[in-house]
Design a protein. Structure first.
Length: 164
């Protein structure tokens, strides 16, 4: 009985760390802001559908272009905000976010064969929730690892110390 349980059928991951990628977005721009290597397992990979995909997702590929990791995302760059009514019991509603800016994080497994990370989503100008998606940005994994090493060398603190 024990061997048939789904948890016993899963193989442990072949990695022990992930990269936490923090992206900053404003209007039509999205860019990588920070990289942090963390001792944790990324959420499970999902199988992409064979159909052309819409919405947002991330991919990690090896040097041959083979898919190593795929994860769909909820819209990380919301074009509307959830607003609560003034009185208890008032309905919750959505309003357009006129100032579209913010940050979001994703975790990707730091696997030895990883060569490229990609973020996919609707073209920023299109902003159709169900329209075709495109590659929003791509980074080489070596670049991500170097960025993490550089940012972890920076001194900690609030940045308000004395300057000479």
């Amino acid at each position: 009985m024990e061997g048939s349980h789904p948890h016993f059928l899963q193989r442990p991951p072949d990695y022990t760390h992930s990269l936490r990628l923090t992206f900053r977005y404003a209007d039509d721009r999205v860019e990588l802001d920070r990289v942090e290597r963390v001792a944790m397992i990324a959420p499970a990979s999902a199988s992409p559908s064979g159909d052309p995909e819409t919405g947002y997702w991330i991919d990690v590929r090896d040097g041959e272009g083979e898919l190593l990791y795929h994860r769909p995302l909820h819209d990380p760059m919301r074009k509307d905000l959830e607003v609560f009514g003034d009185k208890p019991g008032d309905p919750i509603y959505r309003v357009e976010n006129s100032r579209r800016e913010g940050e979001f994080d994703v975790l990707v497994p730091d696997v030895p064969d990883a060569a490229e990370f990609s973020l996919h989503g609707p073209a920023p100008k299109a902003r159709k929730p169900h329209g075709p998606s495109t590659t929003l940005l791509t980074h080489a994994f070596d670049e991500l690892r170097r960025t993490e090493a550089t940012s972890s060398d920076e001194p900690e603190g609030d940045g308000e110390g004395e300057r000479s």
